[in-house]
Ligand binder design. Structure first.
Ligand SMILES: [Zn+2]
Length: 299
């Protein structure tokens, strides 16, 4: 049975959740972040149970015996639903399904709870659709987004959620392993900036094959960095808090880049980028995928 005490190493985040239950200040939207296996999903389920439990224990753990707790455990509670990726994505249709039911009052409980697991796998249209819900959620609704990659979520979605981080202390070797990634990231940003200053499309078609291969040989990594980059541009464009930036050290370049794109255009570019991994699985030539990307952002 899942309760808060299964989530051993996460005392601080669990304490925050218990305090919310204790003070009866349950908000509408939460974002649980943390690496795979950090216990965030168990915590989300325990939190859902505790919100609706009819027999809370003294330490604010759900009882795990009342009808509500049992139905949530078995995922058969009519006011509780877990949404997860199908074929690696959470589609707009899945968010529309939430929309259809979220405005109806709960059938059996105080709150109607939706957990969105692997929330970073929402497509851009799905994220935008969710955003509409987050802008005006009904009083009885609670949405809990879970993700190991908050940096990929739309910043507009993040800014609507109360974020709770399920951090575990990193080991020295893990920290060291993270270092080269940053160098790689900069390599791709440098390439993009160089291409931009030399008129993107012209640059793409005139550059040596060898240089393009550096990008296409690791197109997935490149794509991930581009998602972070355009997301940063969106953060700046929409005037969202700068803590949301992944490349805060590049703020001058972000400002300059942002001048060329409207928020809608950035959404389109992000939408295209998030589809690249799936298209690579369909064996579409990486060079064509890169070319389409350049055409989209080119001048
Ligand atoms: Zn209970």
């Amino acid at each position: 049975m899942i309760n808060f005490d299964n989530t051993v190493e996460l005392k601080k985040s669990v304490q925050i959740l218990k305090n919310l239950i204790k003070s009866d200040k349950i908000g509408h939207a939460y974002l649980f972040t943390g690496r795979e296996g950090s216990g965030k999903k168990s915590a989300a389920i325990a939190f859902s149970k505790a919100i609706n439990c009819s027999n809370l224990s003294e330490n604010y753990n759900p009882c795990n015996h009342c009808s509500s707790c049992l139905k949530i455990e078995k995922e058969i509670h009519p006011d509780f639903q877990i949404i997860f990726p199908i074929n690696s994505i959470i589609s707009i249709d899945q968010i529309r399904e939430i929309k259809k039911v979220i405005y109806w009052p709960p059938l059996e409980s105080r709150k109607k709870i939706f957990i969105i697991d692997d929330a970073h796998k929402m497509t851009i249209p799905a994220s935008n659709s969710l955003l509409k819900i987050l802008e005006e959620p009904p009083a009885f609704a609670v949405l809990i987004l879970i993700t190991s990659k908050p940096e990929i979520l739309l910043p507009t979605v993040i800014s609507r959620c109360y974020q709770i981080s399920f951090k575990q202390a990193k080991k020295a070797n893990e920290l060291a392993a993270e270092q080269p990634v940053n160098i790689e990231q900069n390599k791709y940003i440098d390439w993009l900036l160089k291409a931009k200053s030399a008129k993107m499309i012209h640059y793409f078609f005139s550059v040596q094959e060898k240089e393009l291969n550096v990008i296409t040989d690791s197109l997935l990594d490149f794509t991930e960095v581009m998602i972070l980059w355009f997301r940063d541009i969106l953060v700046f464009k929409l005037g969202l808090p700068q803590e949301l930036l992944s490349f805060s050290g590049q703020i001058d370049n972000i400002v300059e880049f942002a001048q060329n794109y409207s928020p809608d255009k950035i959404m389109q570019v992000l939408d295209y980028l998030t589809q690249i991994p799936e298209r690579m699985e369909q064996h579409i030539n990486p060079k064509i995928l890169l070319e389409n990307f350049i055409m989209q952002i080119g001048d």
